[in-house]
Each structure stands twice: as C-alpha cells, then as structure tokens.
Design a protein around this ligand. Sequence first.
Ligand SMILES: Cc1cc2nc3c(=O)[nH]c(=O)nc-3n(C[C@H](O)[C@H](O)[C@H](O)COP(=O)(O)O)c2cc1C
Length: 171
Amino acid sequence: MKTLIVYYSLEGNTRMIAEKLAEKTGADLLEIRSLKVYPTKGPAKFLIGGKDAAFKKCPEIEKPEKDVRDYEAVIIGTPVWDGTIAPPVRSYLRDTLIKTRNVAAFACMAGKDPKKTFDVIKELVVTDSLAAEVSFYSPASGNDPDMESKLNQLAGCFIKEIPVPESTLLT
Ligand SMILES: Cc1cc2nc3c(=O)[nH]c(=O)nc-3n(C[C@H](O)[C@H](O)[C@H](O)COP(=O)(O)O)c2cc1C
C-alpha cells in the first residue's frame, strides 16, 4: 500500500524511527515543521512545550510538502509531550482530513504509558482504532531494547499480500 509517514520531532528520536521505518517499507516521509521554535534546553524546554501540549495549542506549521490524499495508508509519529501529542502534530491533524482507514501511529517518550497520546490521535483522525499503536522508549539513546521488533510490527501493518498468478504455481 502506498504509505506516508508523517512525523514531528524536536530532538531526533521520532525522526530516527520515521527514517528507519521508511527504509524498511519504502514509504514516503513528511516532516511536520513548526514555525514556533520550541526550546531544546533548560527549564524552558519542558515549560513552553509542556504548556502548549497541556493547553492543546496548535502552533503554525509549514505548509506540508506532500498531500495525504495521494496515499492509501498513513503512519503518524509524535513525541509524547505532557502525556499527549506534540502541538505541531495537533496542528497537522487539525488541518488535515485523513480519509483512509489505514492509520497506524507511534510515539517516542522518556517515561511510561503513552495511551492518552494514541487516544488523542484517534480523536483527531476520527477513528475508533489504529492498525498499530507502538511506543518507543528514548530510541536515539539506544534505550529501547525492542526497537527492531517494534519497527517490524509497524512496517508489517500495511503490506498487502500480492497473490501469485495461478499460471506460475508449480504443480
Ligand atoms: C515539552 C516536552 C514534554 C515532554 N513530556 C513527556 C511526557 O509527558 N512523558 C514522557 O514520557 N516523555 C516526555 N517528554 C520526553 C519526550 O517524549 C522524549 O524525549 C521523546 O523521545 C522526544 O522525541 P523527539 O526526540 O523526536 O523530540 C517530553 C519532552 C518535551 C520536550
């Protein structure tokens, strides 16, 4: 299935997973770029980003370079911020009508229990279920021992069985 991986990443973890997934699947990548610059250091990092996430802010984002309507499946990747999706991902999902039912998601986090993150994605995509909900624990630091199997789980989501023509079957 023609698949688009849409993601936002502040510090590289979600980008790393998205790129590995694209390598495995041949899917296209679309990075969500925030026009609001979120700090990556000091107390401001958690204060500003965390507050925007908690208050469901939608910062301005760059116009997406790819159109989701050209794809049969979408994989959404987000870092967990204050227990939910990162604000630029909220902006993207607010502005984008994802019509396909083939949607999977992954989240990168430094803590535990990202469930609310996936619930918010389902709410914004308007779907009851995702093909996969996969969370990675600080993967860029090498802290997730199951990274490879989780990548395979996501990569396997939208592979369509290609039927072998009868004439080529051995008898
Ligand atoms: C503003 C902010 C809030 C965060 N809140 C959480 C959180 O609630 N739970 C959690 O597990 N990790 C939290 N983190 C850590 C990130 O989810 C984690 O480092 C993730 O891997 C970062 O992904 P990235 O490198 O793609 O930006 C937070 C990070 C930031 C910057």
